[in-house]
Design a protein around this ligand. Structure first.
Ligand code: E4P
Length: 218
């Protein structure tokens, strides 16, 4: 299973990369806007210099021509840029065009299995179902994800599934159990995955026992 970091914050990315468990990064316009006044393309380049795996950068255009133009520009920033395209008719048309030109794509804002199937048929490299946002509207994000994975398996579709909109470590456990290819995880949640009170208690105990041992025998 691959872990992507869901952020545009360079310090978070550098920190997570230093742990050796980071396989890629996803950004979106909201995450970039949280960074204050940054040059979008420069920030994507900066991220690609830290992370060798796929780095998603999203288009802003909503029409086919604009999306393709933006996608081609973004894909020139670095070889690991993946262009994020929204799940619309123009978006899927753009992904069909871009996949024929070997531009890597990530179809975003996917909320059901049929949308994911359309993304896969258009040749998307990745598809991103938004688990947390599906839960937010009273549906079950995990069962939508399970359907997508089963359908992709039925037809041996090559598009990889990124579980997005992850809200807590339990989401990560659940998407991993389903065999999801990738989870894109906010920094705060990735950090929480390290924690267990018994780990802290165990460390404290080992260290105090070691101090006792040294006092007695040295
Ligand atoms: C990832 O590709 C998405 O942009 C992200 O996971 C959305 O998460 P949110 O629903 O917490 O904004």
């Amino acid at each position: 299973m691959k872990f992507f970091l869901d952020t545009a914050n360079i310090d978070e990315i550098k920190d997570a990369a230093s742990w050796g468990v980071l396989d890629g990064v996803t950004t979106n316009p909201t995450l970039v806007s949280r960074e204050g006044k940054v040059d979008f393309k420069a920030r994507i380049k900066e991220i690609c210099d830290v992370v060798s795996g796929p780095v998603s950068a999203e288009v802003i255009s909503m029409d086919y021509d604009g999306m393709v133009k933006e996608a081609l520009e973004l894909s020139k920033i670095a070889k690991n840029v993946t262009v994020k395209i929204p799940m619309t008719k123009d978006g899927i048309r753009a992904v069909s065009t871009l996949s024929k030109q070997n531009v890597k794509t990530n179809v975003t804002l996917v909320f059901n299995a049929n949308q994911a199937l359309l993304a896969a048929k258009s040749g998307a490299t990745f598809v991103s179902p938004f688990i947390g946002r599906i839960d937010d509207v009273g549906n079950d994000g995990m069962s939508v994800l399970a359907d997508i994975l089963e359908i992709f398996k039925n037809y041996d579709l090559k598009t990889e599934v990124i579980a997005a909109s992850i809200r807590h470590p339990e989401h990560v456990r659940q998407v991993a159990l389903l065999g999801t290819h990738i989870a894109t995880i906010p920094y705060k949640i990735l950090k929480m995955m390290f924690d267990h009170p018994l780990t802290d208690k165990g460390i404290k105990r080992f260290l105090s026992d070691w101090e006792e041992y040294k006092k007695k025998f040295s």
